[in-house]
Design a protein around this ligand. Structure first.
Ligand SMILES: [Zn+2]
Length: 81
């Protein structure tokens, strides 16, 4: 998995972006990916729902917090390898 920090091709904001699955020449941020109307037909959206819940954990329960931290650390280790 590769995450770039650059400009989203859809909304133009500087966000962490991933390569869009349906349009490989475009980079998409999590906000655009999650609100994309084509997610229903997208075989493998660049940003998953799981990732969204992990990054938006303001109201998360304490039991889930440990999980989030663990998953995030795994993600970081993948990025740095
Ligand atoms: Zn965007």
């Amino acid at each position: 998995m590769t995450i770039y920090w650059e400009r989203c091709d859809f909304c133009g904001r500087y966000e962490p972006v991933k390569q869009c699955t349906l349009y490989p020449d475009l980079m998409v941020c999590i906000h655009c990916c999650l609100s994309c109307p084509k997610r229903k037909i997208c075989p493998k959206p660049a940003w998953s729902i799981e990732f969204k819940t992990k990054t938006m954990g303001k109201t998360g329960k304490t039991t889930k917090e440990a999980d989030k931290t663990k998953v995030f650390q795994e993600l970081l280790s993948k990025l740095s390898s």
